[in-house]
Design a protein around this ligand. Structure first.
Ligand code: HEM
Length: 512
């Protein structure tokens, strides 16, 4: 038999095999983006602060989808609501993974937190638990609790109006500890609150700062460095941070179990699910423990960013604040705080709330989703493993939907539009992310932020601080946090609106 007799069929078979197994779309270009350098890619194009502004500038050159890379790791930025919906919503089955982060996930032990879990059964189980606790129909169960907590925020603010950050954190943390673990925070130096504060700070500003990518995530072999080797400091840090994170997960959960045994447990997310048998086996117990913790971790900085944006907006736009206050005075009266039952009768307050969400953009690039398979979108090739970011900042500044998007203008939501536009211009449809990883705490977050803002407007005034000559001090706002749009450098003055307002706040009796 001639060699060619064997060779031709083999070559033929190999060609057919290669044709069917070759990566679909490899011949297509990747989405456009800034030109990368060899090896390091676009690392020098990506600022550590306010990346969303850079990406938005790029969108004017490259369009709705942008590709960049860092040491070969693909990053895609989706700049329009349509692109986010096309990929993150409609192709959710391949766009809902999370990156395997060696430092954050493996070494610091955060891989079981909902925001970091890989796409699959564990993610589904955990999100289902959250859906049960915080779905749109169950959320009204927490209304009375939120109505009781909001006044305590005002009381703390009244006691120390210069420190407005602590009461907000205490409110967000207190609400989540109460709802999740049935734990009532009694003071600012409460042990759980401090532990949580420390760990949330660790997570946002150390472990997962930026997009959570450390050199060891790009070169996993670094994890085997001996601890004495130069450049291995991250290993020592990871060990210490892991211990702290585990304590943060275990201590409040053990508190629930102990109080259930003693018969002193308040009804909560954990106690209800434990009673329903969700924690009867090791896996259920593990899921519940980590899901509960994920809620706490995810609620503090997000809520704080939104409320600080509200303070900033009110200090810059007193006319909007006054208009909302007049509406509250007319609907609620001057002798009590607003309640959820009043919400439907307070359209301007609702519009102001929406505008704070839109204008503030608490998480401007959302959290990254990892693409699980090669994909093709509008003639471009997106490789498997790419991290995909929704540019919520740009979506909420879309001129076609929010005319004059750079103006703070609550009135825009009161202008009549058809149903389709009403849906498109609702910032709540974007600010909580997209697809199968959309924020599971969004209904709780909206309710807790609304009651806090409405209660604040009913009783407090905010203005820019003035200097010794009575001249307003301009605010030099900075955004240093890489993930959350958290303003710092506010120069504001918070005062009660009237003696009557002080009276309402002072008249509180709910346990401190
Ligand atoms: C103003 C407040 C909040 C904002 C703006 C916000 C926004 C977001 C965004 C943008 C994401 C990423 C979604 C995505 O990947 O597409 C997210 C994820 C998440 N949020 Fe929120 N959030 C807020 C409050 C909360 C609260 C109060 C909780 C818990 C009670 C919570 C729990 C979570 C969790 C667990 C995730 C991860 C979900 C996953 O990866 O599957 N969030 N949030």
């Amino acid at each position: 038999m001639a060699v060619t007799d064997v060779l031709f069929p083999v070559v033929g078979l190999v060609s057919v095999y290669l044709y069917f197994t070759r990566r679909r779309g490899l011949e297509l270009p990747k989405p456009p983006g800034p030109k990368p350098l060899p090896l390091v890619g676009n690392i020098f194009n990506l600022p550590t602060q306010q990346l969303w502004l850079t990406v938005t500038d790029w969108s004017k050159i490259y369009g709705k989808i942008i590709y960049a890379n860092v040491f070969g790791l693909g990053l895609v930025f989706l700049n329009t609501a349509e692109a986010c919906s096309d990929l993150l919503d409609k192709r959710g089955s391949i766009y809902s993974d999370k990156p395997h982060l060696v430092m954050c996930g493996e070494l610091c032990g955060c891989e079981n937190m909902v925001a970091f879990t890989r796409y699959g059964d564990q993610m589904r189980r955990q999100r289902k638990l959250m859906q049960r606790a915080f779905g749109p129909t169950t959320i009204s169960k927490y209304h009375s609790l939120l109505e009781m907590e909001a006044p305590w925020f005002l009381k703390r603010l009244l006691e120390n109006p210069n420190d407005y950050t602590t009461p907000v954190k205490r409110y967000a943390g207190g609400v989540t500890l109460l709802v999740t673990y049935g734990y009532q925070v009694k003071s600012d130096d409460d042990a759980f609150l401090q532990l949580a504060d420390h760990c949330v700070d660790l997570l946002a500003n150390k472990i997962a700062s930026g997009v959570g990518i450390w050199p060891v995530d790009i070169f996993p072999v670094l994890r085997h460095l001996p601890e004495w080797a130069p450049g291995s400091g991250f290993l020592k840090k990871a060990r210490a941070w892991r211990t702290k994170m585990e304590e943060f997960v275990d201590r409040p959960y053990e508190f629930v179990k102990e109080s259930m045994l003693k018969g002193t447990a308040l009804p909560s997310f954990c106690s209800t699910l434990i009673e329903e048998g969700e924690a009867k086996d090791t896996q259920g117990d593990f899921d519940l423990r980590w899901t509960a913790n994920s809620m706490y971790s995810a609620s503090i900085d997000t809520t704080l960013a939104l409320v600080l944006q509200f303070f900033l907006a009110m200090s810059e736009h007193p006319e909007a604040m006054t208009k909302a206050q007049k509406e509250i005075d007319a609907v609620v009266g001057l002798d009590r705080l607003p309640a959820f039952d009043d919400r439907k009768n307070l359209p301007y307050v609702e519009a102001l709330f929406n505008e704070c969400i839109r204008y503030g953009v608490a998480v401007p690039l959302s959290l990254p989703h990892r693409l699980m398979e090669d994909d093709i979108y509008e003639g471009t090739f997106i490789p498997k493993g790419t991290l995909v970011f929704a540019n919520i900042w740009n979506i909420l500044r879309d001129e076609a939907v929010f005319g004059d998007p750079h103006l703070f203008r609550p009135e825009r939501y009161l202008e009549p539009v058809d149903d389709e536009m009403a849906k498109r211009r609702d910032p709540k449809n974007y600010t909580f992310g997209f697809g199968r990883r959309v924020c599971p705490g969004r209904h709780l977050a909206q309710a807790s932020a609304w009651i806090l803002m409405a209660s604040f407007l009913a009783t407090m005034n905010i203005s820019k601080a003035v200097d010794a000559n009575g001249k307003q001090i301009e605010q030099a706002i900075k955004y240093e946090n890489a993930v959350f749009r958290m303003p710092s450098g506010l120069n504001i003055d918070i005062k009660p609106r009237s003696e009557r307002a002080v009276g309402i706040i002072d008249g509180l009796t709910y346990g401190q």
